[in-house]
Design a protein around this ligand. Sequence first.
Ligand SMILES: O=C(O)c1cc(=O)[nH]c(=O)n1[C@@H]1O[C@H](COP(=O)(O)O)[C@@H](O)[C@H]1O
Length: 279
Amino acid sequence: MAFGARLAAAMDQHGPLCVGIDPHPGLLAAWGMEDTARSLVDFGDAVLEASAGECAAVKPNAAFFERHGSAGVAALEHVLGRARELGILTVLDAKRGDIGSTMQGYAESYLRPGAPLEADSLTVSPYLGFGSLKPALDLAQEHGKGIFVLALTSNPEGPEVQHAIAPDGRAVAAVVAEEAAALNNGASPMGDVGLVVGATVGDAVQRLGIDLDRVNGPLLSPGVGAQGAGPAELSLVFGNARGRVLVNQSRGVLQAGPTVEKLREAVIEASSAAKSILR
Ligand SMILES: O=C(O)c1cc(=O)[nH]c(=O)n1[C@@H]1O[C@H](COP(=O)(O)O)[C@@H](O)[C@H]1O
């Protein structure tokens, strides 16, 4: 089944929350864990157990695993595999982007069924040109996987690139959104090409003339919780596209650990808050 359909079904069943699996060194310390690759496995297992059945997806961030070299990458492999066993969709947050032929390598690494680091979807960066993403977009479509393209990121530095005006007068983020819309055109219930739009971007969507509803794909929104955004910000950013928003929370939930019980309470709270805003 196509990724857009699988994600829509998961969102219908479990709500719009995506739980980030971001084992920051500070969180490991707060959880009473050593900063080792072994801890990443335990951390990931705890988050998955706490999240099962209460979120549409989980988003492991590769950065916090790669810190530990090959053992950390093995821990990431474990987390992705365990999520698959539990039937939880994965967004691998690796923000990859390169020239097309190298992009093919990244696509094979994360989207090819049977690859050690296989995920259901991948975050990618379009700043080598949207067309450079084609190998990943093609492989994703072939195998029912999804792609989340950075459009308006949650960090304060994003606008210097994303709000810049392209030669044809459109903002860079608007170009990215329109490319995604073209690929998702006609898909039902939604397409496989998502955008990343931070909940912290204020009125940028309107100001840049972006029609998120027309994108017809999932909208991954980080920025809620630790980065300061809440219900009012989500409503402002997404308006009538809110039904396709997958709202990510990492630290906001993870700080409730280390017990699975407390984590689960935090997941349920974040999930019901997200449901009440986005439904
Ligand atoms: O692609 C992402 O997930 C992402 C894009 C973005 O614009 N901003 C952003 O914070 N993220 C990621 O979302 C997560 C946010 O974490 P918290 O701020 O702890 O909820 C981190 O894994 C970030 O790398």
